[in-house]
Write a protein that binds this ligand. Sequence first.
Ligand SMILES: *Cc1c(COP(=O)(O)O)cnc(C)c1O
Length: 222
Amino acid sequence: MEGKNNIRELRATIPANVKLIAVSKTQPPERVLEVYRFGQRCFGENKVQELVPKYQALPKDIEWHMIGHLQTNKVKYIAPFVSLIHSVDSLKLLQEINKQAQRYGRVIPVLLQIHIASEETKFGLSQTEVEEILKNPVIDNLNHVKISGLMGMATLTDDAAKIREEFKGLRLLSEKLKRFTVPGRIEMHELSMGMSHDYVIAIEEGSTMVRIGSAIFGERKP
Ligand SMILES: *Cc1c(COP(=O)(O)O)cnc(C)c1O
């Protein structure tokens, strides 16, 4: 598949109110630039060691999203420039992002990653754990992070009904968590859900951001 043709066709299938994040992990900067030239400005990476060199090499009007598991000791490398961290799965990580954001005089928007798949290997918080974080008085002092919503990954399956149930569950959870809203600090506006094989279902179930890699860049080599 050719990235340059795919991005246009793909964008035509995504409503204007849903943000397209082009997942450029494993792609060299030249391939990212090809897609950039077709107007795409928002890219997602899942590893700090890939994200930082691409940020350095590529145009500065790119919005970089961190979508993969993030270790606390690596937050400092992306804190100066990252636009949104989708994968916050602990209070400790949230505190570290706050600390590093403060160093750079920034407020970093984040999403809380929720475990919605039936696979055990995927990262993310349970419903109980996310409520515990939102209830914790410690977060009242985290003025350098803004919690903007939730992220989730559905089970890798061909069973569309199962995928739909999981995405629906994430949307219902975000409705439920709206009672924790603190304007400008904790909001449940964003739902990052949907990848190449399931983004159509995710959009039908209320996704506001889709993270799409292989449908733009072609299959990744293992
Ligand atoms: C790789 C990845 C994607 C994109 O997957 P595709 O199937 O290539 O669209 C989306 N989200 C996360 C967290 C990823 O790691």
